[in-house]
Design a protein around this ligand. Structure first.
Ligand code: GAP
Length: 543
C-alpha cells in the first residue's frame, strides 16, 4: 500500500534521518526543514540524476552556477519588482491576512481573473474571512514575494544597498547568456542548466517540503530560433516527463496539465505543468514554459532599458543576421521532486500471514473502533464517514489489510478515539512482525546502495570479511554501510525502510568459497555471488 497521508512520509523522514524541522532546539522556524544524513544523499542523487540527464547525456547543453545575490536591476528589468506578488487582504474583524485569490477560488468555485475582479467581489460583500466569517475586508493588495537584504557594512536606511535573495535561478542564466555563448562557441539551439537555491516569502508555505520559503530549483533555459520554439517546447515536455518515469515514478501518478491563459506568468506564451499525485492531491512538480524572447530582450539595452550595457543577441550565420532567441524553460524543484520520489516509492506491505487468533482479535478491535467512531458526537461528518468506512473495510479484509491498518493507526483524526489505544496495542505488534515498510526507490536515487552484514557479530572471521567487503565496495564508488547491530531479518527491515536496494550477508560458507548472499529489496529474493565480483555486478545494475 503506498503512503496515503503526508504525515506517514513526514514521520518516516524524521524517524530515519531524511528531514528534520529546522532549528528545532529553539522551537523551529515555520516551514523550514533540514535534510539529514539520508535526506541529503537522496536529494543529491536526484540533482545528480537531473544533471546527468540534461547536461552530460546531451550534446546541446552547458552548466552554470550563478551567484544568489545579483544586481537589483536584474529584478527590475525581469519584471519581478513590479509583478512577483500575491494578492493579500486584511480582515478588519479578526486581523487575519489571507490570500485573496485563494479565498475567492474557495468561495466562488473558480479562480479569479485578476485583482480587479477580486476587489469587486470584496466590495459587493461576496467574500467572507475564512477565519471568522466577517465581510469587513480590506481591498486586496499585491505583496511582493522577494526577500530583501542589503549589501555593505551598514544599512543606510534607504534602498541604496538593496539586493534581493533570488526568487528563481533562471535570471542568473539569462544574464550569463552572452558569456556562455562567447566562451563555449555554441550555435542555436542550445541550453544552459543550473541547480541552486531560490527564496520566496511565501504567504502560505506548507505540506512539508512541498512549498517552503527557501528551496532548490533545477532549471534549464533552452535557446532556439524564433519559430522553432513550439516544437522545442513539445520535445522538452516529453523529455522531462520521461525523466521521472525512467527513475521509476508510477505513470498513473504523473500527468501533464496545460496552464490556462489567466494562470500564465507575465513572461509566458504557454506553460505546461507536470503534476504529481501527492497525498494531498494533484500538484505542480515542474513547469515547462515558453518564455519567448521576453527575458533576453528585457536585459538588452533599449529605450525601455537604458541601464543594460549591451544586447543579449545571437548572430545567425545561416540567415546572416542578429536575432534574439526564444527560450523554453523546464523548471523543476529539487525538493518537490525528492518529496514526489519518496511518496511514490513508499509501501507498507504484508510479508507473512499472522496466526488466525491474532487476526480475529484485531478484527474485533477494529470493528469496535468503527462502532465507537459512529457513536462519537462533535466529530465533523466527513471525518466520521471516512474513519468508519476505512475501519470497516480494514476489518473485513484482515489480514490482507494489515498495511492499511498502519495508515489508520497513524491517522491523527483516529487518535482521539479511546479504543484506538487498544487497536494500537495489538496492531503495532502484529504489524511489526508481519509487514514491512519499504521505499522502492530507483537504485540510483537510494541514499545507500549496499548494506553489508556478518551473519554473527561475535565471529571475528565473519566480521573481518564483511568489513573488508564494505571497504572494497566503497572504493568502487558504491555508497555502502556495515551493520551488525541486530538479527539479519531486523537489519533487512531497517534497510528496506530507507530504500537500500541490496543487502549482502557474509556467512560461514563465505569463509570457505568466498561467495556472499545478496538480497534484493523489492523481490526479497536472495542469490549467491562471488565476493570479488560483487562491486562490478552491482555497479552494472546501477548504470
Ligand atoms: N523560473 C520559473 C519558475 O521559477 P515556478 O513555477 O515559480 O517557475 C518552478 O517554479 C518550480 O520550482 C516549481 O515547479 C516547483 O517545483 C519549485 N518551487 C517553486 N516554488 C517553490 C516553493 N515555495 N517551495 C518549493 N519548491 C518550489
Amino acid at each position: 500500500m503506498p503512503a496515503t497521508t503526508l504525515d506517514t512520509i513526514v514521520s518516516l523522514c524524521k524517524r530515519r534521518g531524511f528531514v528534520f524541522p529546522s532549528s528545532s532546539v529553539y522551537g523551529g522556524l515555520g516551514s523550514t526543514w533540514d535534510y539529514g544524513p539520508l535526506g541529503v544523499e537522496l536529494k543529491n542523487n536526484v540533482k545528480r540524476a537531473w544533471w546527468r540527464a540534461v547536461v552530460h547525456e546531451r550534446d546541446d547543453m552547458e552548466g552554470l552556477d550563478a551567484a544568489i545575490l545579483m544586481n537589483r536591476l536584474v529584478w527590475k528589468y525581469s519584471g519581478h519588482e513590479a509583478t512577483f506578488s500575491d494578492p493579500m487582504m486584511d480582515c478588519r474583524a479578526c486581523k487575519a491576512r489571507p490570500r485573496a485569490d485563494h479565498v475567492f477560488a474557495a468561495q466562488k468555485g473558480r479562480d479569479p481573473k485578476g485583482l480587479v475582479e477580486i476587489n469587486a467581489a470584496i466590495d459587493a460583500k461576496e467574500l467572507v474571512c475564512p477565519k471568522c466569517g466577517s465581510k469587513d475586508l480590506t481591498q486586496a493588495r499585491p505583496f511582493n514575494l522577494m526577500f530583501r537584504t542589503s549589501v555593505g557594512p551598514v544599512d543606510s536606511g534607504d534602498d541604496s544597498g538593496l539586493v534581493y535573495m533570488r526568487p528563481e535561478t533562471a535570471q542568473g542564466i539569462f544574464v550569463n547568456f552572452g558569456n556562455v555563448l562567447d566562451t563555449m562557441r555554441r550555435k542555436l539551439p542550445f541550453g544552459i542548466a543550473q541547480v541552486g537555491k531560490a527564496f520566496r516569502n511565501e504567504i502560505t508555505p506548507g505540506n512539508f517540503t512541498f512549498r517552503t520559503r527557501e528551496f532548490e530549483q533545477m532549471e534549464i533555459e533552452y535557446f532556439v530560433r524564433p519559430g522553432e520554439d513550439e516544437a522545442a517546447h513539445e520535445a522538452w515536455i516529453a523529455e522531462r516527463k520521461n525523466w521521472y518515469l525512467k527513475l521509476g515514478m508510477h505513470p498513473e501518478n504523473l500527468r501533464v496539465r496545460e496552464q490556462e491563459k489567466h494562470e500564465l506568468a507575465h513572461y509566458a506564451k504557454r506553460c505546461v505543468d507536470l503534476e504529481y499525485k501527492f497525498p494531498m492531491g494533484w500538484s505542480e512538480l515542474e513547469g515547462i514554459a515558453n518564455r519567448t524572447d521576453f527575458d533576453l530582450r528585457s536585459h538588452s539595452r533599449s529605450a525601455e532599458n537604458p541601464d543594460a550595457v549591451g544586447e543579449l543577441k545571437y548572430f545567425d550565420q545561416e540567415q546572416k543576421k542578429h536575432l534574439i532567441p526564444y527560450v523554453i524553460e523546464p523548471s523543476a524543484g529539487a525538493d518537490r521532486a525528492t518529496l514526489a520520489f519518496l511518496c511514490d516509492a513508499y509501501e507498507d506491505a504484508l510479508v507473512k500471514e499472522p496466526p488466525a487468533e491474532d487476526t480475529a482479535k484485531l478484527r474485533e478491535l477494529v470493528e469496535s473502533f468503527a462502532r465507537s467512531v459512529g457513536r462519537r458526537e462533535g466529530m465533523a461528518a466527513d471525518v466520521k464517514q471516512r474513519l468508519v468506512s476505512t475501519a470497516e473495510a480494514i476489518a473485513a479484509g484482515l489480514p490482507g489489510t494489515l498495511p492499511q491498518l498502519i495508515g489508520l493507526m497513524e491517522d491523527s483524526d483516529a487518535a482521539s478515539i479511546e479504543v484506538m489505544k487498544k487497536v494500537r496495542g495489538v496492531g503495532e505488534r502484529i504489524a511489526e512482525e508481519h509487514t514491512r515498510t519499504v521505499l522502492h526507490l530507483h537504485p540510483r536515487l537510494s541514499p545507500l546502495t549496499v548494506a553489508v552484514f556478518p551473519l554473527k557479530r561475535n565471529d571475528a572471521r565473519l566480521v573481518d570479511m564483511a568489513r573488508g567487503l564494505k571497504r572494497d565496495l566503497q572504493k568502487a564508488g558504491l555508497r555502502t554501510v556495515y551493520d551488525d547491530t541486530g538479527a539479519i531479518g531486523k537489519l533487512y527491515r531497517r534497510q528496506d525502510e530507507i530504500g537500500t536496494p541490496w543487502c549482502v550477508t557474509v556467512d560461514f560458507q563465505s569463509l570457505e568459497d568466498q561467495t556472499v548472499t545478496v538480497r534484493d529489496r523489492d523481490s526479497m529474493q536472495q542469490e549467491r555471488l562471488k565476493a570479488g565480483e560483487l562491486a562490478l555486478s552491482l555497479a552494472s545494475r546501477l548504470a
